[in-house]
Design a protein. Structure first.
Length: 100
């Protein structure tokens, strides 16, 4: 198994592969919120296309029962390039990305 540069431990849930235990934990939380009828549904690894052929992948896009839609990025360690991509995505798309 390859070691992740930030010591994240790849984890699997329901046949899905997650980059870290923290991301898998958030997936578990979202499933519970969905069962509790607080979340309608959620998407994983949502691409946002940026200028120059660059793509930003958000970890989760969540559609709440109250009509809200939120975008989340699960980070154990945040690097400058990730911050820059999020900032560009927020300028291009009508979204606010929450870092968890």
């Amino acid at each position: 198994m390859l070691k992740h540069k930030f010591k994240a431990i790849p984890t699997e849930r329901d046949g899905y592969k997650f980059a870290s235990k923290k991301e898998a934990k958030r997936y578990d939380e979202l499933k519970l919120l969905q069962r509790a009828n607080e979340v309608l549904f959620f998407l994983r690894q949502v691409p946002f296309h940026l200028p120059g052929g660059v793509k930003y992948l958000a970890d989760f896009m969540i559609f709440w029962v109250n009509g809200d839609c939120t975008v989340e990025d699960v980070k154990g360690f945040d690097i400058p390039s990730g911050k820059a991509k999020r900032k560009i995505a927020e300028q291009i798309y009508p979204i606010k990305i929450e870092v968890i």
